[in-house]
Design a protein around this ligand. Structure first.
Ligand SMILES: [Zn+2]
Ligand SMILES: [Zn+2]
Length: 109
């Protein structure tokens, strides 16, 4: 099973998404573990939003979910430098939200 970076499964042995032309992936780009599937909505299944092994978000994960992910990571025992870096990232994301408030949350820039 391959996944489009837009967040859906491709069943054939394609290298690119027939819908979006995006290069497909099967493994977590961060830790190399096979990317898992999970339930989507009530009926569907699709790629899991986060890597089950290292917690890396998929490329389709919305900014809101990424912000929550970063906040959750701050609660784990990170070293101080990483925690500081994540806090700065969150501040920057919050500032971006204020500037781009009229844009749809899933849009890509
Ligand atoms: Zn696609
Ligand atoms: Zn991973």
């Amino acid at each position: 099973m391959s996944f489009c970076p837009r967040g859906h499964e491709i069943r054939s042995g394609a290298q690119f998404c027939p819908e979006h032309g995006a290069p497909l992936f099967h493994e977590c780009p961060s830790c190399g573990t096979y990317w898992r599937t999970g339930p989507i909505g009530y009926f569907g299944r699709g790629p899991a939003n986060f890597c089950a092994t290292c917690g890396q978000p998929g490329p389709w994960v919305s900014r809101e979910d990424r912000v929550l992910w970063l906040k959750d990571r701050l609660d784990t025992d990170l070293d101080e430098a990483t925690a500081l870096e994540l806090r700065e990232l969150l501040d920057r994301l919050a500032a971006m939200d204020r500037m781009t408030i009229a844009r749809p949350p899933r849009g890509r820039s």
